[in-house]
Design a protein around this ligand. Structure first.
Ligand code: NAD
Length: 502
């Protein structure tokens, strides 16, 4: 039985114990992976992940498939046709994808439906970008016609985190396939199911067998083996900065390109002239949606002293009005965190901050409701009485925890916003467009939202500054990130080259 038979949430029977290795569905040779529904702790599915031998086979199979299927040499619109079909099938099966992902990650169905729609859009956008991608004939500076063309790397390894599986898978797999590569996708052990489903969908859409392998397994073993593998020509990684740094070191030894999309500790800034209703809603959404498990979460909230008391009071009220519950309940705002272990880590970081002097304005505990007692829940939390240099303001928490800080002077604010190792995103709430422009240009961040937050578009490039990343995803140039350039000089004159005169 295949994954497509799944139609509900909770313990699932009948799923096949198979992973996708070089065009074949078969039992993985690695350890048993048990994915759990974080709303209840119940096992959703248990199967064997990939072993090192599976990595060998997937990489060799990727090269063979790229060669034998002619994928790399198909005309762009021919490759695009398959990508459009993948997008359509994702859309057709969006409800199933959403349910699987909610069971695996705990997220609300509203969010997982949006992630499935985003993944479908990504495949379609990359198909369209591929069809319209142009090579350039460069200005001639001699007798040769000069041009530069893009070619695939061969086999790309895509390593993804657990927080938005289908969307982050699509963000890597779509452009890498569009570019003519084979892809080995390594999803995280906490949320691997939707990536396996994507493998089924790609197969059904007519992607030549072997071009996509899906190898769930531990990062330390399977992820590391992929990064170090001599047959892998590029790594596209999304995850934590510590992991990204270690991948970067291995890549440096191989002189291999990497794209790293890493963590964040993003400032979100409220000025007194902001529409406070919008700002309260936007700041709450920016930090508490996805239960804060979002790289771009607006976790450091800077509020101008003039409106600090009123804004914080209203933000606390908003946080306390959010409904905590399972992702399957349409009324839920705050779903469980991905895993009980992760919830406990978040709780421990908050406990330490409080021990070091932070003041709890709301939350900082698990809900008391008996119905929620089995789940990995944590209440939306706001901490005050902190300084920007405190650990809780410097480190990524990856949970529903905001720190609030007051400021008065614009240059002092910019210095504080930038005084952090990360540089992923920033939010600015003000009615003054000149101020918005000044701050947006001065803040060190890859994405800045003005009077909005967490809006995304596949057509707009995404990257992290400083320790939040290296390289860019999305946008029309997204496909070129999975290609290397080759320049051609083509003599048109027939004149003897200098040594030809002897
Ligand atoms: P993680 O770094 O622990 O794991 C990410 C992936 O890397 C997983 O598949 C994991 O198995 C694998 N991995 C772990 N060690 C590895 C190694 N040594 N070699 C190769 N692969 C390895 O991150 P996580 O806990 O899954 O995700 C949360 C992090 O991801 C947060 O820091 C968050 O900010 C970040 N994130 C960033 C973005 C972005 O676009 N910038 C988006 C989503 C999440």
């Amino acid at each position: 039985m295949t994954l497509s038979t799944v139609d509900g949430i909770g313990p699932v029977t009948g799923w096949s114990d198979e992973i996708l290795v070089a065009g074949r569905w078969r039992r993985g040779g690695g350890d048993l992976i048990e994915t759990r529904d974080p709303a209840t702790g119940a096992v959703v599915h248990a199967f064997h992940g990939a072993a090192l031998e599976d990595v060998e086979e997937a990489v060799a199979g990727g090269h063979a498939a790229a060669r034998e299927s002619g994928w790399r040499d198909l005309l762009p619109h021919e490759r695009a046709r398959v990508l459009y079909r993948i997008g359509d099938l994702i859309e057709e099966r969006a409800d199933e994808i959403a349910r699987v992902q909610t069971a695996d990650t705990g997220k609300t169905l509203g969010e997982t439906r949006a992630l499935a729609a985003s993944a479908a859009g990504t495949f379609r956008y990359m198909a369209a970008a591929l069809e319209t991608m142009e090579e350039s004939v460069t200005p001639q500076r001699g007798g040769s016609l000069t041009m530069t063309v893009h070619e695939p790397y061969g086999v790309v390894a895509a390593i993804t985190p657990w927080n938005s599986p289908i969307a982050s898978d699509a963000q890597k797999v779509a452009p890498a396939l569009a570019a003519g590569n084979a892809v080995v996708l390594k999803p995280p052990v906490w949320a691997p199911l939707v990536s396996l489903l994507l493998g089924r969908i790609c197969e059904e859409a007519g992607l030549p067998p072997g071009l996509l392998s899906v190898l769930p397994g531990s990062g330390r073993i399977i992820g590391n083996a992929l990064v170090a593998h001599p047959g892998v020509g590029k790594i596209s990684f999304t995850g934590g900065t510590t992991t990204g740094r270690s991948i970067g070191r291995v890549a440096a030894d191989k002189v291999m390109p990497v794209t790293l999309e890493l963590g964040g500790k993003s400032p979100t800034i409220v000025f007194p002239d902001a529409d406070l209703d919008q700002a309260v809603a936007g700041v709450a959404y920016g930090i508490f949606s996805s239960s804060g498990q979002s790289c771009i979460a607006g976790s450091r909230v800077f509020v101008h002293a003039e409106v600090y008391d009123e804004f914080v009071r209203r933000l606390v009220e908003r946080a306390e009005s959010l409904r905590v519950g399972p992702g399957t309940d349409p009324a839920t705002d705050i779903a469980p965190m991905v895993h009980h272990d992760h919830r406990d880590q978040v709780a421990e970081m908050v406990r330490q901050a409080v021990e070091e002097g932070a003041q709890v304005l709301t939350g900082a505990r698990v809900p008391e409701d008996e119905v929620l007692s089995e789940g990995a829940y944590y209440l939306p939390t706001i901490l005050g009485g902190v300084r920007n240099e405190d650990t809780i303001c410097r480190e990524e928490i990856f949970g529903p925890v905001a720190v609030v800080l007051s400021f008065e002077d614009e240059s002092e604010l910019i210095a504080q916003a930038n005084d952090n190792d990360f540089g992923l995103a920033c939010g600015i709430w003000t009615a003054d467009y000149r101020r918005a422009w000044r701050i947006a240009r001065a803040v060190e961040a890859g994405t800045v939202w003005i009077n909005t937050y967490k809006q995304f578009s596949i057509s707009t490039p995404f990257s992290g500054h400083k320790e939040s990343g290296l390289g860019t995803e999305k946008g029309r140039d997204g496909i070129a990130q999975y290609m290397r350039q080759k320049s051609l000089y083509w003599d048109l004159t027939g004149e003897p080259i200098p040594w030809g005169r002897h």
